[in-house]
Design a protein around this ligand. Structure first.
Ligand SMILES: Nc1ncnc2c1ncn2[C@@H]1O[C@H](COP(=O)(O)OP(=O)(O)O)[C@@H](O)[C@H]1O
Ligand SMILES: [Mg+2]
Length: 326
């Protein structure tokens, strides 16, 4: 559904991605992990089209819908929280707004002489609202808001009067109601109390669309996701499995790397010992042909033709030392 191909991206002076590639398939629930400042939010912004990569491509399947929740909720005011949430679900909110205007007009004595027209229009709009499943949507918006801890009064009150944390919950409910093909959730668990967190977890577990999310709450993310994408050193690495599995894999690969490093160190130490021994014995060794190689070369390292101190220091030897090799 979403693919990143060889994406490179620099923000300010920082290089965040270097030819990074990853994919999100239908039904996948991915945890995006990486240290603070690694570029998780930047990745969300590139997928949602708010930023473009410097190089490479972000491609989305034709016609897929994306819902993006970020900590940056923007302006909200002048309508109820329920209306704000329903607005995310598309045209139904416009119809709902007109329905409310018409209801107000019907109760307005100044508009008594227009009443026939108003009532006729109300019938039309109400029909449209039903067609768009507006009543069900209203119910679902209330359900989501209740799940995220809203009381009835808060749902119907002015969204502009809510604190930043509650506005964040409205923005989250809006995305949940949208039910897009792909949800991008950047730290949705921030600002949530335990009850809301449990409700959100259940919702996301049951969600049939694809999901890409970050969260500082490891337990929370571990229970929802089935794949991990890690940002590390500008690269994206995918691990199938939950967060726990990812950590095991990481620990394993760290261990393997450590073991390899130790093997290399041991080999190097042996080589050094060998050279030391050779050096000590060098003056008494029989002459050997110029350019012949000692057996101290280790695999992978290039020592060919390098100056060999024990040879050039030896007063008995006057053969030119080769410094380059063909
Ligand atoms: N508009 C910007 N201008 C300059 N630097 C930015 C901008 N946006 C993000 N950054 C920097 O880019 C890096 C990555 O940020 P971000 O994508 O938010 O990382 P994350 O979400 O993984 O913590 C951070 O060091 C941040 O300070
Ligand atoms: Mg971030």
């Amino acid at each position: 559904m979403i693919r990143l191909d060889n994406v490179s991206k620099q923000v300010g002076h920082q290089i965040l991605f270097i030819e990074a590639s990853a994919a999100l398939q239908k039904g996948e629930k991915i945890g995006l992990v990486g240290p603070n400042g690694a570029g998780k939010t930047t990745l969300f912004r590139m997928i949602s089209g708010r930023e473009v990569p410097d190089e490479g491509q972000v491609s989305l399947d034709r016609g897929i819908s994306i819902g993006y929740f970020s900590q940056d909720v923007g302006e909200m005011s002048g309508r109820s929280a329920v209306a704000e949430v329903m607005d995310g679900a598309g045209p139904v909110s416009v119809v709902a707004a007109e329905l409310r205007e018409l209801e107000a007009a019907m109760a307005d004595p100044d508009k008594a002489d227009e009443m026939d027209d108003i009532i006729a229009r109300y019938g039309e709009v109400q029909h449209q609202f039903e067609e768009l499943d507006g009543y069900a949507l209203d119910g679902r918006a209330r359900e989501a808001l209740a799940g995220l801890g809203f009381s009835q009064e808060m749902m119907d009150g002015d969204v502009g009067k809510l604190s930043g944390g509650w506005k964040m919950r409205v923005a989250l409910a809006r995305i949940l109601l949208m039910r897009p093909d792909v949800m991008l959730l950047d730290e949705p668990s921030n600002h949530l109390d335990l009850e809301s967190l449990i409700w959100l977890e259940q919702f996301l577990k049951g969600y049939e669309g694809a999901l890409l999310m970050t969260s500082h709450d490891r337990e929370f993310i571990n229970r929802i996701i089935n794949k991990v994408v890690e940002i590390d050193g500008g690269q994206l690495t995918s691990y199938s499995g939950n967060y726990e599995f990812y950590e095991q894999q990481r620990a394993l690969s760290d261990k393997q790397q450590q073991a390899q490093f130790e093997r290399q160190q041991a080999m190097l130490a042996k080589e050094i010992k060998f050279i030391e021994r050779f050096k000590a014995r060098a003056p008494t060794l029989p002459r050997c042909r110029a350019g012949s190689r000692s057996s101290t070369r280790s695999s992978g390292s290039s020592r060919r033709g390098g100056a060999r101190p024990w040879r050039s220091n030896s007063s008995r030897r006057r053969v030119p030392v080769r410094t380059s090799s063909a």
